[in-house]
Design a binder for this molecule. Structure first.
Ligand code: SAH
Length: 225
């Protein structure tokens, strides 16, 4: 898979993409992540990428020309399955959407900033708009990290134990059961006996029941799906 990210702040991604699973996925060749600084497609020497909103009001708006020039250049070299704009009014990111996007070959992600991007980009050049939640961030960069992480960990081979992504919360519309590790007794706080029993069948049953119970309590809406 290839993920191209257009941003005004490529440095913001450095830490996020250099550790743990995202790093390993790149090293092992499961994903190529390329960062593109939008200012490189500015049309003047001041590297302007934003301007005042027509009609007045607070905040700057990302201009149509640099974004479209950048999109066109990238699209001349790669065919993208989706051109995604991160936006608080987009389709809500959830596990089914992450699963779906993880099966794509090439994704292009555009991070907004300031008041957002000129509407003409959204109408004519974006194929999908994704929100990571009902709140407003200062820019699309954090959202792009979240989206990239949740997609990349689903690519087959990225996680060591392939079943571990499948047993995560939200796959099958169930939340994960509680997990424990050593010691079995921490200051009198005990691990449930069943997990120490060695009885795989009973353990699987207990985990399933815990998942259902937890989902009932915390996300009852999932059970009706
Ligand atoms: N004025 C806009 C918010 C702009 S926030 C509005 O009220 O809708 C600046 C940028 O941050 C956006 O262009 C978008 O790319 C990103 N962003 C903010 N909140 C986000 C969210 N919940 N999900 C995804 N991207 C978000």
């Amino acid at each position: 898979m290839q993920i191209d990210i257009i941003t005004l702040f490529p440095e913001m991604f450095e830490g996020a993409f250099s550790y743990s699973i995202l790093k390993r996925a790149q090293t092992k060749g499961h994903v190529v992540i390329r960062l593109h600084n939008l200012r490189d497609w500015s049309f003047n020497k001041h590297k302007t990428v934003d301007d005042y909103p027509y009609g007045g009001g607070a905040g700057m708006v990302m201009m149509v020309e640099p974004v479209v020039r950048c999109l066109e250049e990238l699209r001349s070299k790669t065919t993208y399955d989706e051109v995604i704009y991160l936006s608080p009014d987009g389709e809500m990111l959830n596990q089914p959407l992450a699963n779906q996007l993880s099966t794509r070959q090439n994704l292009l992600i555009l991070c907004g900033h300031y008041k957002g991007i000129d509407e003409r980009i959204r109408t004519h050049f974006i194929t999908r708009e994704v929100s990571i939640g009902d709140y407003v961030l200062s820019g699309g960069e954090m959202a792009a990290v979240v989206l990239t992480d949740t997609i990349v960990r689903l690519i087959p081979g990225v996680l060591n134990d392939e079943t571990s992504a499948l047993s995560d919360s939200y796959q099958d519309n169930l939340l994960s059961p509680p997990v424990y590790t050593r010691p079995a007794d921490f200051r009198g706080l005990k691990v449930p006996d069943i997990l120490l029993s060695g009885n795989d069948k009973e353990i699987a049953k207990w985990r399933y029941e815990q998942s259902v119970e937890r989902t009932k309590q915390r996300r009852p809406g999932l059970l009706s799906k």
